[in-house]
Design a protein around this ligand. Structure first.
Ligand code: SF4
Length: 429
């Protein structure tokens, strides 16, 4: 039996890099340090695998060679007038680099899952900037942790023990030295272990953030309550924020996807900016898929924009709401799709999913999904961080190298290699 240490878990944006994996006969037989989500990925990644490339011929799927699948993909992309290329949050930065080159070459739109999750966060940050930090700084120094619209005990189970409330930092060593506040519409598992839980009326985050800004700046709120929260509680939270030594506000989709969207994020960032007049305060989004932060970073360093980049004019053009794929599909404008490591048929709005299923789709994915089932071409790939290497960005923007710990099934290669073959054929090499 072989033991591999310091494996990075490629499940959620925490990218825990202390996983110990035991391998026997090219099989993962034991995993230490992972949470239940990470453990399940390491032990079950091989279920529902696609092991052969396939093409839909007269409504039925037929297994084909990799070369035939690549040729069909190239034919679909070359014949399209306005193709979309989508996914990327569950693959490596290296794969995405090739994907962006393909999008530019074919004059398509490249978008990542940010456009249906933390897109408003990115827009808010672009509008007014942000005071941020690494998770390491939060672990070592933060004495006030606020989770807003986020339930990390369920979505990022080791976030608290590795980086925040339950972690042992260099300067802040115990749970008693940190205060934890949860702001949410319901009492979540994380709220149960918080020192203060603030239950907010659904869809009124902007109001509460604005009231907090007012209180932090010594304003007197002339109401009994705001957003369902009594004014005394708002003032108490404002006082906790102002008087901490290092505060961290971490927010999830409960803030980005409630009405107000990027305005909510702007209000949260403005609150953190105000707090920096009095103390040290940072803000961080809780990113879900393990490399959605990488998808934004890589797209940004290559094109200048973090998602929804349209190359159809011959140069990168970005206008969320216009160039985001859910909108392009809803308007019926795209005529082919290349999907990499994502399942848009499951997560797009139903109308967009229905329209997407009507155009030729090429999907590169290790396992069966509703998207592979409606695709014209399916090319199986290996799992980054298990069967092949790659780089990913943790939710705080720290890049980590993911290891290969077992061999992929025969004939299965990485997303990056598949995309390089597609690019090379498109270029006519
Ligand atoms: S918290 Fe996330 S990255 Fe860490 S072990 Fe769990 S699923 Fe994996």
């Amino acid at each position: 039996m072989k033991t591999i240490n310091n494996v990075v878990c490629s499940f959620c944006g925490c990218l825990c890099d202390d996983i110990e994996v035991n391998i026997e006969n090219n099989k993962i037989v034991n995993v230490k340090n992972a949470c239940s989500l990470g453990l399940s990925k390491f032990l079950n990644y091989n279920k529902h695998r696609i092991l052969k490339p396939r093409i839909r011929k007269s409504k039925e799927f037929v297994n084909v060679s990799l070369e035939e699948a690549i040729n069909e993909c190239v034919k679909i992309l070359s014949n399209a007038n306005y193709p979309i290329i989508y996914g990327w949050s569950n693959t490596s930065n290296e794969a995405l680099r090739v994907g962006i080159e393909i999008a530019e070459l074919i004059g398509g739109v490249i978008d990542n899952t940010t456009s249906v999750c933390h897109g408003p966060t990115i827009i808010g940050v672009q509008d007014i900037g942000e005071s941020t930090s690494t998770l390491g700084q939060i672990k070592n120094r933060a004495d006030l942790i606020i989770y807003w619209g986020s339930n990390p005990l369920h979505a990022h189970p080791r976030h608290l023990s590795r980086y925040t409330a339950l972690s042992k930092g260099r300067f802040i060593k115990t749970r008693k030295e940190r205060k934890v506040v949860v702001v949410d519409v319901r009492k979540t598992a994380t709220a149960n272990i918080a020192d203060v839980f603030i239950q907010i009326k659904p869809n009124s985050d902007y109001e509460l953030l604005t009231a907090l800004r007012y209180a932090v700046n010594n304003g007197e709120i002339e109401q009994d309550e705001v957003a369902g929260v009594p004014v005394e509680k708002i003032e108490e939270l404002a006082e906790m924020m102002v008087s901490c030594k290092f505060g961290a506000l971490m927010f999830g989709l409960g803030l980005t996807m409630s009405p107000g969207k990027h305005r909510n994020i702007e209000a949260a960032i403005a609150l953190v900016t105000d707090l920096n007049k009095y103390t040290k305060f940072v803000i961080l989004p809780m990113r879900g898929h393990y490399n959605v932060t990488g998808a934004n970073n890589v797209t940004c360093w290559i094109t200048g924009y973090p998602f929804a980049v349209d190359f159809s004019k011959g140069y990168p053009y970005y206008n969320p709401g216009e160039t985001t794929i859910a909108d392009i599909i809803a308007r019926g404008e795209c005529d082919a799709a290349l999907i990499v490591a994502s399942d848009p048929i499951s997560h797009l709005p139903i109308e967009s999913a229905r329209k997407l299923s009507k155009i030729p789709i090429v999907t590169i994915d290790p396992h069966e999904t509703p998207t592979t089932r409606v695709s014209r071409v399916v090319i199986p790939s290996s799992y980054v961080g298990i069967e092949c290497e790659g780089t990913a960005y943790r939710m705080d923007g720290v890049p980590l190298r993911l290891k290969k710990i077992v061999d992929p099934p025969d004939g299965i290669i990485s997303d990056e290699e598949i995309l390089k073959m597609i690019l090379s054929k498109l270029k006519g090499d």
